[in-house]
Design a protein around this ligand. Sequence first.
Ligand SMILES: Cc1ncc(COP(=O)(O)O)c(C=O)c1O
Length: 387
Amino acid sequence: MPGAELIGREELMEIQDLFGKERVNLYRYGPGNYKTREFEAMFAEVMGVKYAHAVSSGTAAIHCALAGAGIGPGDEVIITAWTFIAPVEAISALGAIPVPVEIDETFHLDPLAVERALSSKTKAVVAIPMWAPPQMDELSALCDRHGLVLIEDAAQALGASYRGRKLGTIGQVGSFSFDAGKTLHTGEGGMVITDDRDIYDRVAEFSDHGHMHLAGLARGKDPRRAKGLNYRMSELTAAVGIAQLRKMECILERSKANKRRIKEGLADLAGLTFRSFTDEDGAQGDTLIFSLEKRELALRFEQELLARGFGTKILPEALDWHFAGVWGHLLQQYDRYRDCDLESLWPETGMKLRRSICLNIPVLMDDAAIDELVSAVRSVALNVLGA
Ligand SMILES: Cc1ncc(COP(=O)(O)O)c(C=O)c1O
């Protein structure tokens, strides 16, 4: 929970600054307001993009990103079978069809699987970086070749990069979350970034009931060209975001250093395979994933970690919210998924996820905390694997 660990005085000072104004207005389009705009401008500068638009959550952010990219009814959108459910919900909410595909050794979109899933209705590919970069060169080239939009739902991966390029800036549009488990934490919140003026305008409109925000027009007279919802970020949230963003470098540096030391401390353990990377230096420090030989071993590993006071992050404890193979409630509305055993559609992904452990790496770890986690994992490995 990186950003959440560092919430403190600086966030309070930003809120006090907001309340110190002559006229306090927590509504982002209120007169004299500036915190949301300031947060967006800072975020765009940090990411090196032309436009950033703040919204109320990471779910809202990917919903707006998809809508801004022109995704609509009947479009097929390719995505990984391993993701938090939100982008699949957003695709579905737009009347589009989510097409999950298998993951590769890095736990991200497998370009070959994407190629196999293409159809005449495919409109976009959503890359979901899980704290590390997917095969972005291959995915970009594939999207260019087939005239598809590449969208990055980088909710989990703010601060990660791929061969020197920040994740979220490689596709035509990128989205982020600021919920309690993410690099930055604002209570709830999200951001959409792009260099494309038309996408930016459409994102801003979709997040605000379709308001076109035309200069010189009263809000009540603002016209619409497309439908939208209310996904506005409040000034209060943006105030927290500004203070959090100033802490991002420190968050990334510390969590990456912690992860490096923990991984080194476990490197010699037999029977435990760390996930591969396209660019390990570009990965965030938030998590460390390794796989065991069988699902039963992963379940025992989790139990023994819990008994020593350490949890896991998503794998395996929240797998049900991160694997398309168990989302009948959502996917079985579509003909293509109605009468089938969903789990059997993504066997590689299901197997990889069920055999894996994802350790949470906090930002605030001193030497003793790092040693404690390393020795807990080593002692569990000895019990479960005899390693
Ligand atoms: C890939 C992805 N997209 C979207 C979200 C949703 O973010 P939020 O919880 O801010 O709505 C998450 C949350 O974990 C996520 O992992």
